[in-house]
Design a protein around this ligand. Structure first.
Ligand code: GLV
Ligand code: GLV
Length: 321
């Protein structure tokens, strides 16, 4: 009997076909509706492999029901949606998709930084609303990017890729990380600083840490008070790393100048969320790695690691060795 695999959302066809060669594959049929909990609970009892999304909460209670499961393969680099400890206890391998999305996510992060600095969405909305009556010297003026200081909190692969882009804009790049990265400092031209110095001196503060117990609520009121009045916060990591209420207060009180957010504490972000009322907040629906090419490669990588684990081999991107 072929091992069963459950895929929690429609993914690119090629990845499904690859899994079907050796497995019995079931796919949640909707592209834009997350799989309901009861369906997931039922499927996980029978499956050898679970191919899931960052929107699926794979918690301890669910994992308890997974008696045949060998692998949870997450279509994302972040895996805060999975209880890793509970999976490890049951001997279930967890995999993610690092590396392949690095450059695409750095592109989006830089696009968001530029859009926020130069008020791109606001300007576009202004034009379409028929408000463009005349050219005017200070109309929709924003912040410069070149020659400014970018502070990166969390220098992983994506952080480094952002730093390389920033160098092309002649930015001064500083970073803070749990460990220093002398090689990146040397090859890209970065300066390691304390968290306080980063916040006090950066014109752009870019959050790039994983979301863990340690980084939950990492950026809050006292940090915004340290930041420059012209500072722009960019978050393409996870919403919960930044305290949204404190961010809102900092924006309203003019402690910082603007924010660009691809991620939120609650996703989809409720439409009545206070941050959505502010013109100086640029918002995106968690599309960091969303290029056609990268999402297809991510699906292939996740499928390939899932198959490895189902066949008793060691996946390439194993989160819990
Ligand atoms: C997306 O947010 C990811 O973690 O890949
Ligand atoms: C992800 O690939 C990271 O390490 O930043």
């Amino acid at each position: 009997m072929k091992p069963k695999v459950f895929i929690t959302r429609q993914i690119p066809e090629a990845a499904i076909r690859k899994l079907e060669e050796t497995c019995e594959v079931a796919v949640w049929k909707y592209e834009d509706i997350p799989v309901p909990r009861d369906v997931l609970e039922k499927e996980i009892t029978e499956a050898s492999g679970l191919f899931c999304m960052l929107t699926d909460s794979i918690d301890a209670a669910l994992i308890q029901k997974a008696n045949k499961l060998k692998v949870i393969s997450n279509l994302a680099v972040g895996y805060n949606n999975i209880d890793i400890e509970a999976a490890s206890e049951k001997g279930i391998k967890v995999t993610n998709t690092p590396g392949v999305l690095t450059e695409t996510t750095a592109d989006l992060t830089f696009a968001l930084l530029m859009a926020t600095a130069r008020r791109i969405t606001e300007a576009s909305d202004f034009l379409r609303a028929g408000e463009w009556k005349t050219w005017s010297p200070m109309l929709l003026t924003g912040q410069d990017i070149y020659n400014r200081t970018l502070g990166i909190i969390g220098l992983g692969r994506i952080g480094e890729a952002i730093a390389r882009r920033a160098k092309g804009f002649n930015m001064n790049v500083v970073y803070h990380n749990r460990s220093r990265k002398p090689e990146a400092e040397e090859s890209i031209g970065l300066t390691y600083v304390s968290m306080d110095e980063l916040l006090q001196t950066s014109d752009y503060v870019c959050i790039m840490t994983p979301y863990t117990n340690e980084t939950k609520n990492l950026i809050h009121a006292e940090h915004f008070k340290m930041m420059k009045e012209n500072a722009i916060l960019i978050n393409t990591a996870r919403g919960g790393i930044v305290n949204e209420k404190d961010l809102y207060d900092a924006l309203i009180n003019g402690e910082i100048w603007a924010a660009g957010l691809d991620v939120f504490e609650e996703e989809p972000v409720p439409l009545d969320h206070p941050l959505l009322t502010l013109p100086n907040v640029v918002t995106l629906p968690h599309i960091g790695s969303a290029s056609i090419s990268t999402r297809s490669i991510m699906a292939e990588v996740a499928a390939s690691d899932l198959l490895k684990a189902v066949n008793g081999e060691t996946p390439v991107h194993l989160v819990n060795p």
